[in-house]
Write a protein that binds this ligand. Structure first.
Ligand code: SAM
Length: 286
């Protein structure tokens, strides 16, 4: 089977199987070998690695992963792609294709069964309509994970990487940075995909922390606090958190905590670092 990472081989396969793209599944297939090689390089895949690929499509990146990794588990929701994958991946004995919705897969059991519970890497050109649930699902599930190297919408990659003071900074930045070190490793224009997406894309690598960089007494409370802070971005923390129904805090309590941290009572959430959110959360959850 010829490698798929170019327009003519991709069109040939699509025509052979009379495949029709499904917009609802976010199907934009990679057709650029340079981008594929760059993803392999930045994901640092070696023959020791067990890799989970989310959304293999027709198997373009799966072929590269199969060449470079020890084992590949590819999870694809669209059953019309399964016969294609059986064809395009027939030359590789180290790939397992699963016809599942990734959001419904029990990752703990999968990793236990397929990799004896040892750390895996995730590599994917993600369906953009569910980027955040996929990434947060992986990070929050506490599965053994080395890194996640993913193609996402450019703006989402920027949001994951930003710090305080930027307008892109928000709940997603803090959640990702609590679990991993994000680094944008490539920018990818629409003409590297078929069909072309309407947005620019970027590859971001999230290298998972062994331990979170801050100590938090109650993780759920800190993330509720963070979400409430950015839900009403333009409000001060005193007003935003003091009014959030699920937090059960009074404005005076928030103001006292900020004073204890030597912060102004008129400060907004977008000015606080992860360390400061952790400290605020530890004071307020007492
Ligand atoms: N990896 C291929 C490539 O780079 O050419 C395809 C990437 S395409 C952006 C996203 C893929 O994810 C599609 O094949 C789509 O069918 C699949 N997909 C969408 N939603 C999914 C879900 N919930 N679970 C698993 N796969 C999904």
């Amino acid at each position: 089977m010829a490698t798929l990472g170019n327009p003519s081989n991709t069109i040939e396969i699509l025509q052979k199987y009379q495949f029709h793209f499904q917009k609802k599944f976010g199907q934009n297939f990679l057709i650029d070998t340079h981008v594929l090689e760059k993803i392999m390089d930045k994901a640092q895949i070696s023959k020791e690695d067990c890799v989970i690929e989310i959304g293999p499509g027709i198997g373009t990146m799966t072929q590269y992963l199969a060449e470079n990794a020890r084992r590949v588990i590819a999870i694809e929701i669209d059953q019309n792609l399964i016969p294609i994958l059986q064809d395009t991946l027939s030359g590789y004995g180290n790939v397992m294709v699963m016809n599942e919705d990734v959001l419904k897969v029990d990752m703990h059991s999968l990793i236990e069964e397929q990799n004896k519970g040892n750390s895996i890497k995730v590599v994917a050109n993600l369906p953009y309509y569910i980027t955040t649930p996929i990434v947060m699902g992986l990070l929050e599930s506490h599965i053994p994970l080395d890194s996640i190297t993913i193609m996402v919408q450019k703006e989402v990659a920027q949001r994951m990487q930003e710090g305080p003071g930027s307008k892109e900074y928000g709940a997603l930045s803090l959640a990702v940075q609590y679990y991993a070190r994000p680094e944008i490793v490539a920018h990818v224009p629409p003409n590297c995909f078929m069909p072309r997406p309407k947005v620019g894309s970027a590859v971001i690598r999230l290298t998972c922390h062994d331990r979170p960089p801050v100590e938090v007494k109650n993780e759920k409370f800190m993330f509720d606090l963070i979400r409430a802070s950015f839900n009403q971005r333009r409000k001060t923390l005193v007003n935003g958190l003091g009014n959030a129904a699920n937090l059960n805090l009074g404005k005076e309590q928030v103001e006292a905590a900020l004073t204890a941290m030597e912060l102004s009572p008129s400060i907004r959430g977008e000015a606080l670092s992860l360390e400061q959110f952790a400290e605020l959360s530890n004071i307020l959850c007492q």
